[in-house]
Design a protein around this ligand. Structure first.
Ligand SMILES: Nc1nc2c(ncn2[C@@H]2O[C@H](COP(=O)(O)OP(=O)(O)OP(=O)(O)O)[C@@H](O)[C@H]2O)c(=O)[nH]1
Ligand SMILES: [Mg+2]
Length: 542
């Protein structure tokens, strides 16, 4: 991939880090998020203040020769060089070029500043350089350390001035160089006071310094040898600085290194493992627990029984079936009886829905829902860091208190489909009543014949069907046919009851699944998506 313009790339990286910091807020250690925010703010400010000037700081231990090197580079004696240690207490700035570095130095809070007139004897290439002489980082004065730490974070490039005695100093390496491994591109190490060494010693020293830097992942850092006292190597150092400054991209490169370090810290704290989607298995387990808590088995059984009862009333032998009227309707008892056909609603419709009289979930079903919720959250947060796992667990439980109502509503608004496919019941009922009428006609006929015989009046004409007297056929046949029809209808009603019950279970389970999706999964998946968005953004930065 072609290397993008560092500034354009930086702007994109800052945007991504900003997004990631927002997403990680409350899920990742606050200090890490705050550091990311600080870096974002610094990048914004630095780019706003001055895009062209480049701030290079000379940093190092006391007496290494920072002030002497500052004077040698600038060809001035503005910096105080002393025998008393430490000498420099406040940062001093010197700027080259026509562009005023005032705003930049205001932002850096460096009051001691000096602008150099263009010196024709010196290469104009240092235009745009703002050179800083810092106090010593290993100072006995706490204020010096604080000032160094503050500016080390802000400047565009760091030139570490070391001397042959203390170049391996642990304070320098552990506190500054190692943590700045990502900033190799914007650092330089200058071995000063080489006039004190023999050529062999100098080679040995530089070799050792390079080896040390390489062991700290800083092999890309440029190393130079100078003597501020004799001027040896100073011109070369100036040329190297000029080349870096001319690039005008040092600020962006430094900030990019900051951004990627902050992104790495954020990624380490937030987690780099991809999040797995919530497993089918734990969703199924929750659905089952919720169905039980919502009394789905009770309702489906009631649906079957209600169908049986209503079917028996409609299709039974009228002489006997009226007794069924005294049995309570199982669905009405649950206050589900009025449920209409074809009125499927969302489980979350806010319209008034009377509460059912279903038993409210408590005890075992409630405990099962709790443990299914916990298992689902554990499953969803597996492999994630503590902060994310906590918010996923919280997301799974946010609506836990509202679940019973949502379930009740889901059950109450589910179309149990009890009013369809019953046309044959009416037909059977009509036939049953016709049969009852036949029986009554037969009885009347027999009664009339009996009365005529009793009164010794001439008998009615004898009518026979299939060799049997017609009134007997009507009476006995009517009763038998009625009972037979009732028996056959009962089989039909039973088949219908089972089908109705199975359909009701399906409809209720789908309503429960919707409750799971809306009340539990939406929150959990939202949190997982958030984690993934943060992870992707951070991945794209580094
Ligand atoms: N021989 C030799 N002496 C040097 C060289 N550079 C600096 N010195 C001496 O080292 C001592 C310290 O120099 P400074 O430039 O004040 O050192 P500094 O790093 O600014 O020290 P602080 O301000 O205290 O942090 C002075 O006595 C300088 O004269 C050099 O290249 N060769
Ligand atoms: Mg000094």
């Amino acid at each position: 991939m072609a290397r993008k313009d560092p500034t354009a790339r930086l702007v994109e990286q800052v945007r991504l880090l900003d997004k990631a910091a927002d997403l990680c807020k409350g899920r990742v250690d606050d200090a890490v998020v705050a550091e990311a925010r600080r870096v974002i703010q610094q990048a914004d400010r630095r780019l706003a203040v001055s895009g062209d000037a480049t701030v290079v700081a000379l940093a190092g231990a006391t007496g290494s020769g920072k002030s002497s090197t500052f004077n040698a580079i600038s060809g001035t004696d503005q910096a105080t060089v002393g025998v008393r240690r430490p000498t420099t207490s406040h940062a001093l700035a010197c700027s080259w070029g026509d562009d005023s570095a005032e705003e930049l130095l205001d932002w850096l809070e460096i009051p001691r500043r000096h602008a150099l007139e263009r010196d024709p004897s010196m290469a104009a290439a240092l235009d745009g350089l703002v050179l800083l002489d810092l106090p010593d980082h290993d100072s006995t004065e706490t204020a010096h350390q604080l000032e160094v730490d503050r500016l080390v974070k802000l400047v565009d490039m760091l030139v570490w001035v070391v001397d042959p005695q203390k170049y391996a100093d642990a304070a320098l390496h552990n506190r500054y160089l190692k943590p700045l491994a990502q900033h190799a591109e914007v650092m330089m190490v200058v071995m000063n006071q080489v006039d004190l060494l023999s050529p062999q010693q100098r080679d040995q020293c530089l070799k050792d310094l390079r080896r040390l830097l390489a062991s700290e992942n800083l092999e890309r850092v440029e190393v130079m040898a100078v003597s501020a006292a004799t001027g040896e190597g100073v011109e070369q150092l100036r040329r190297r600085l000029a080349a870096r400054v001319a690039d005008k991209k040092l600020a962006a490169r430094r900030l990019a290194a900051d951004v990627s370090a902050a992104a790495q810290a954020l990624a380490a704290a937030s987690g780099t493992a991809p999040a797995a989607p919530v497993s089918r298995q734990s969703v199924d387990r929750l659905n089952t627990a919720l169905a039980e808590a919502a009394a789905v088995p009770v309702v489906t059984e009631a649906v079957g029984n209600a169908w049986r009862l209503r079917g028996a009333l409609a299709t039974g032998w009228p002489v006997l079936s009226w007794m069924a009227k005294f049995k309570p309707d199982p669905l009405r008892r649950l206050r589900l009886g009025q449920l209409r056909a074809g009125k499927q609603q969302s489980a979350l419709d806010t319209g008034p829905v009377g509460r059912t009289s279903l038993p409210s979930a408590s005890g075992v079903p409630k405990a099962r829902v709790d443990s299914a919720l916990r298992a689902l959250a554990d499953d969803a947060s597996e492999g994630l860091t503590r902060g994310w796992a906590d918010t996923i667990r919280a997301a799974a439980r946010t609506n836990a208190a509202a679940l019973p109502d949502a379930l009740d509503r889901a059950v109450a608004t589910t179309d149990l489909d009890l009013d369809r496919h019953r046309r044959w019941w009416h037909l059977v009922r009509v036939v049953q009543w016709l049969l009852v009428a036949a029986v009554v006609a037969g009885l009347v006929w027999l009664g009339a014949a009996f009365v005529l015989v009793y009164l010794q009046l001439p008998p009615l004409p004898r009518v026979t069907w299939w060799g049997i007297p017609a009134p007997t056929v009507l009476t006995v046949g009517g009763v038998l046919a009625g009972l037979l029809l009732a028996g056959l209808s009962r089989i039909g009603v039973e088949i219908g009851a089972r089908r109705r019950s199975a359909q009701a279970r399906q409809a209720l389970n789908s309503a429960i699944r919707q409750v799971t999706r809306e009340q539990v999964l939406a929150g959990v998946e939202g949190e997982i998506e958030r984690y993934e968005a943060a992870r992707t953004a951070l991945n794209r930065i580094t």
